[in-house]
Write a protein that binds this ligand. Sequence first.
Ligand SMILES: NC(=O)c1ccc[n+]([C@@H]2O[C@H](COP(=O)([O-])OP(=O)(O)OC[C@H]3O[C@@H](n4cnc5c(N)ncnc54)[C@H](OP(=O)(O)O)[C@@H]3O)[C@@H](O)[C@H]2O)c1
Length: 350
Amino acid sequence: MAQIDFGGVVEEVTTSEEFSLQKAREVLKDETVAVLGYGVQGPGQALNMRDNGIRVIVGQRENSNSWDRAVVDGFVPGETLFPLEEAARKGTIVQFLLSDAGQMQTWQKIKACLNPGDALCFSHGFSIVYKDQTGIIAPENVDVILVAPKGSGRTVRTNFLDGSGINSSYAISQDTTGRAKERTLALGIAIGSGYLFPTTFEKEVYSDLTGERGVLMGCLAGTMEAQYNLLRKHGHSPSEAFNETVEELTQSLIRLVAENGMDWMFSNCSTTAQRGALDWAPKFRDAVAPLFDELYDKVLTGEETQRVLEVNSAPDYRERLQKELDTIHESEMWRAGAAVRSLRPENRGR
Ligand SMILES: NC(=O)c1ccc[n+]([C@@H]2O[C@H](COP(=O)([O-])OP(=O)(O)OC[C@H]3O[C@@H](n4cnc5c(N)ncnc54)[C@H](OP(=O)(O)O)[C@@H]3O)[C@@H](O)[C@H]2O)c1
């Protein structure tokens, strides 16, 4: 483990320098990792581990697009691709990567497939922390561990392929074998994490639910829409409104933030932009702070997870979701976005 100073607070982290891929292979050499679910996270983690020389099988319900995708990705039915329960029985580490609602719905069947000494691994604290809602209580004779990539499964894969990585948190809630920690770190390295930082199941799920509803997705989408609508209301063209709201952010400014921080982005903008941003940032911070308090409370009380389980357990949840996404896709703002993207030099003429 390395001790790193995060803005004055020293934390322990693990990278492939402290825990090499070679060591991960050694720890996992007698294990079969069964990745259950081939949705978003499943493919990213399964393919990275397979490329890193780990024995990986996939469990996925048959007659589904996800099953077909696993086949296209080289998993072979009957050899490395199985129905969920069969994969769970064969795995010594069961990586539970069904949607969180799917985990609740299948749990009783999956639980019956676990063998003593197996590790049950999650990428979210959801199922275990909100056990009163999900009914997921692991048997006492298995390790219960967590490796949670802090990014979409899609980038877990693309970052791996381009030689970078996605950072992951990790936690252990039950160590029956005495090997839970080394198994967890080995998995974290094998899926291609940039660095691994310790957390608990509770802290992981509270921060994750807040982050995705907040700055990462919900707040971002809502704030963008508010600014776009404001500019349109005042007679700005869609092209202008979209460029000033989204395109400049994604193509220029957020890249500078990623590279070297917020101050670096500010220092590479005009003095006019700097002055305005420095004056307005605290106003936006104070305006949204009460909303963030409300959000965190709803996460803690379980109101957010209850809604997720209810909505995502409906048999027609995919169709309903698609309708909501179609509404965004068809809105003027995001149709304008498609036009703007088509005009990027690299996209012209495609
Ligand atoms: N999405 C991310 O990038 C991300 C990031 C960090 C952590 N996580 C966590 O990783 C886990 C997996 O998330 P995900 O986003 O990858 O999930 P997802 O894409 O929603 O996963 C869907 C998978 O679950 C299966 N599934 C859903 N309901 C099922 C049911 N009732 N019976 C059998 N299979 C069912 C789907 O099969 P079908 O295709 O057949 O429907 C598919 O394989 C979750 O705990 C999530 O919180 C996700």
